[in-house]
Unconditional design. Structure first.
Lengths: 531, 326
């Protein structure tokens, strides 16, 4: 080796050294209202948990800052036939314990996520066959075409087969586990961070994974996560500089946080749609003074309700300007043709006439079910709705309860015991089919899961037929038109009263730069922190 | 004496059973745990499977028998949220709560006695009036408000003390302590004041009243007549005699300090048993709720039992009534 060569080698090594250890690796402290309850990626289907585990685990695909699908553990994929999807896996990726990532891990994960006890069984339907072509190619053979097969696979995290087998974690940890499992307290993924320590409900420490296959965008060496349930304490921790990022910032504290020199609130519309639903399936309402018939079966009554609820007023008075009024049952970011939809004009006088035509000139009484700790200002929204409906003579008795009691009453398990309710929905697939199927689908076949989130039992067979076509249509443009047709039917039927998308509100120290994704996943691998 | 102890012990067991029954019947109104475990779009079959695996589909009497049978053996099962045995979760959180409760009690005792003595001896000074005002605040302001006020003053505005958590802890066997690190000690200050303020005012008022009472008694006058120094009279005789009821009250209050730590722990995100309990209530985590309620009632019952027995040891007048129960 000549002198020049060795000098070059030294220079290269030095440069590599710089590249590997960022100039100033930082510790980022993050507090969330909710807790990280299990490290097993198949235990809970909940976005806070997915976000946490997304720092450690990765899926075959990922979603970028705008929720677009990008390659992750799969480098590319194609559909040689409509019912066969071929995924080409990334080579040279290693799990954090050093095991190489191969097709066997994908097969194992596909198996594990569909096993009993997994909360994410819907990620891959049981009829799909997963076939290993070679070590880095996997085929998914479908019973029928499905254009959105991989839409939710950003949170189908791939686990290490060898690690799971060695640690007695072949089966997923059920949400209702009666024995603790290794995988719920330990993690071994391919992602940008490793779990350094995890004490449920107290503290979780992540360390940057130096062997990550992607080039990190963050400059962190460590993330310290603490759940802080109390709103005031969480805000105080941000303002005093003890934490760098908090989620959420309560509405009433947003101006105060923004007025400090050290922190600010990142705001943006969330994907969840908040809406009001009405029982349209029973012949007599459970909680009303109208006997022998169900006023909500009459479209005029639903229209009257729709035209009385003033979403702008809710936005300015209840939500302090932090909501995006909505005309449809899906967030506009998730449907390209959403601009074609507008809300019918507010018209309390017309609504009163409609009620009279329907046979309720003096209105009627009905009880409204509402959670008070689930969505942003949920009980206050309901309170406002009660006042608005009073203007057309409808006397609403409000029953606002904690989510534990509320959901026990209104969901299927509780027998859909509600006449009029407020609910929020985010399509897990980020796709309209989920909304058309779960929220707008008929509930008449008890064996089918269709319409499970349709607590009021709205039903239109024409819409159901369109929904079924949407599932099979692989041409995006045609598919969007079909979806639009479906939403139009729902709107014309006044099936629901969509209210708004609530706003995301993250409190962020001015030292930290990070990206806010509309699905409210706090992903700190896009965060940078200054000294 | 033995019969008395036995009788008291049996009564204590009765109280525990009553707490068990009441808490079990309360759980039925806490909501459906299954909804907290699965997501909104979980298929019904899966929901049923979860319900079955938790034994929630059994008839109520069967559930009660199982709950009771396990509780007697100190088996509280596995937490629905954390998937860890409840007993180990509680054991992990107990040091945090006990440390906080002990620090709060010490804080309350030391400052309560000092302030009480001072305001009894120098009744008309400005400082004594200020103490009285402070004690009024301590008694009337709710704990969470005091906590938040302290956080805003000392963490956000002044930046002296941490607003949440326990700081760095040192592990000594199964016990974790924050007393050995600077950040741990700093983290203890605000929660201890918050939790101890109510006890402090209680003790201060008690000491003041008792002290005034004692200072009027004959033996103090005789002591003065004998020419003892004021200091010896106040601290050697008067204070000593005031302390008996103070210690009793503080002892009895220790149970409620642990129980009321729930609020303080929530405000300061203190990783103790109270916070665990609050999280459990929000998530309908019945195993934790059951274990916590039984444990707190056990603490209360034990303290009361001990105090009752000690009374008879200390006060001979009680013994005669014990021998012939009314």
């Amino acid at each position: 080796m000549s002198l020049r060569q060795s000098l070059l080698a030294v220079a290269t090594v030095t440069m590599l050294g710089f590249a590997v250890t960022p100039a100033s690796a930082q510790t980022l402290r993050y507090a969330n209202q909710g807790d990280l309850k299990s490290l097993d990626p198949y235990t809970l289907n909940e976005s806070t948990t997915h976000a946490h585990l997304g720092h450690v685990y990765e899926g075959l695909i990922a979603r970028d800052k705008d929720l677009k699908i990008i390659p992750a553990l799969a480098e590319s994929w194609e559909t040689p036939e409509p019912t066969r999807w071929r995924f080409h896996l990334r080579k040279g990726v290693k799990f954090q314990n050093g095991d190489p990532f191969t097709a066997d891990d994908v097969l194992f994960s596909a198996d594990r996520i569909r096993k009993k006890g997994s909360n994410l069984q819907t990620r891959i339907s049981p009829e799909i066959k997963v076939v290993k072509v070679d070590d880095y190619t996997v085929d998914f053979v479908l019973p029928s075409p499905n254009p959105i097969l991989h839409y939710q696979w950003d949170t189908w995290y791939i686990m290490d087969k060898k690690w799971a087998e060695a640690n007695n974690s072949i089966d997923p940890t059920p949400a209702a586990a009666t024995t603790p499992s290794f995988a719920s307290l330990n993690a071994n993924g391919t992602g940008p961070f490793t779990v350094d320590s995890h004490q449920p409900g107290v503290k979780t420490v992540y360390k940057a994974n130096p062997n990550w296959w992607r080039k990190p965008e963050h400059n962190l060496k460590e993330i310290v996560f603490t759940p802080i349930g109390s709103d005031a304490t969480r805000v105080a921790a941000l303002l005093s500089g003890e934490v760098d990022v908090i989620e959420p910032v309560p509405l009433q504290d947003i101006t105060r946080v923004d007025s400090t020199p050290t922190a600010q609130v990142l705001k943006g519309p969330e994907l969840r749609t908040i809406f009001l639903g009405m029982d349209q399936i029973r012949d007599e309402l459970l909680y009303s003074n109208v006997k022998g018939k169900n006023p909500f079966k009459d479209i005029r009554v639903r229209e009257a309700f729709y035209k009385t609820v003033d979403v702008e007023l809710i936005k300015t008075r209840v939500m302090r300007g932090l909501s995006t009024p909505s005309a449809m049952m899906i967030a506009p970011q998730l449907f390209p043709l959403s601009k074609d939809f507008t809300r019918p004009k507010l018209d309390p006088d017309g609504a009163k006439k409609l009620l009279a035509e329907a046979g309720y000139p003096d209105g009627f009484e009905v009880t409204m079910d509402c959670p008070n700790d689930r969505y942003v200002n949920d009980a206050a929204i309901c309170q406002a709705v009660v006042g608005m409906l009073a203007r057309i003579g409808v006397k609403v008795t409000l029953l606002a309860q904690p989510k534990a009691q509320y959901f026990a009453k209104v969901l299927q398990a509780g027998g859909y015991q509600t006449s009029f309710y407020l609910l929020g929905w985010t399509p897990g697939t980020s796709d309209s089919h989920n909304v058309l199927y779960e929220i707008l689908g008929c509930r008449d076949d008890p064996k089918s899961p269709r319409g499970q989130g349709n607590l009021g039992g709205y039903c239109n067979k024409k819409l159901d037929a369109i929904t079924d076509k949407v599932l099979l249509e692989t041409d995006t443009a045609k598919r969007d038109l079909l979806i639009k047709e479906g939403y139009e039917i729902a709107a014309k039927d006044f099936s629901y009263i969509p209210l708004h998308q609530q706003a995301l509100a993250w409190g962020v120290s001015k030292k930290v730069k990070l990206t806010q994704r509309a699905d409210n996943q706090v992903l700190l691998y896009w965060a940078t922190k200054q000294d | 004496m033995l019969a008395f102890t036995l009788r008291r012990a049996i009564q204590a067991i009765g109280v525990m059973i009553a707490v068990g029954v009441i808490s079990f019947s309360m759980f039925r109104f806490a909501g459906d745990p299954v909804n907290q475990i699965v997501s909104l779009d979980t298929p019904p079959a899966e929901r049923e499977a979860v319900r079955k695996s938790l034994g929630l589909d059994d008839p109520v009497p069967v559930q009660f028998a199982r709950y009771f049978g396990n509780a007697v053996q100190f088996k509280f099962g596995v937490s629905y949220q954390f998937r860890q045995p409840v007993s180990s979760l509680l054991a992990e959180r107990m040091p945090a709560t006990l440390e906080l409760a002990i620090c709060a009690t010490i804080f309350a005792m030391v400052f309560g006695i000092l302030m009480g003595v001072y305001s009894a001896l120098k009744r008309d000074t400005v400082l004594a009036k200020i103490f009285q005002a402070v004690s009024l605040i301590g008694i009337s302001l709710p704990t969470f408000l005091i906590g938040i006020l302290l956080i805003y003053l000392f963490s956000v505005t002044l930046g002296w003390l941490p607003s949440f958590g326990r700081g760095d802890v040192v592990r000594l066997g199964w016990w974790t302590t924050g007393l050995l690190t600077l950040s741990g000690l700093k983290a203890l200050i605000l929660p201890s004041i918050t939790l101890g303020l109510f006890q402090l005012t209680l003790i201060m008022r008690l000491v003041r009243a008792e002290m005034l009472e004692v200072l009027r008694t004959d033996y103090i006058r005789f002591a003065r007549a004998r020419g003892l120094t004021t200091r010896a009279i106040h601290f050697g005789h008067a204070l000593k005699n005031t302390l008996v009821p103070v210690i009793t009250v503080a002892g009895l209050q220790f149970g409620s300090v642990i129980a009321f730590a729930i609020i303080t722990e929530t405000v300061f995100q203190w990783p103790g048993m109270g916070l665990l309990f609050v999280q459990a209530v929000q998530n309908v985590d019945i195993p934790i709720m059951a274990a916590y309620l039984l444990m707190v009632s056990l603490i209360f019952v034990t303290i009361n039992l001990v105090v009752d027995i000690l009374y008879t040891v200390v006060d001979p007048r009680l013994r005669s009534t014990i021998r012939r129960p009314a």
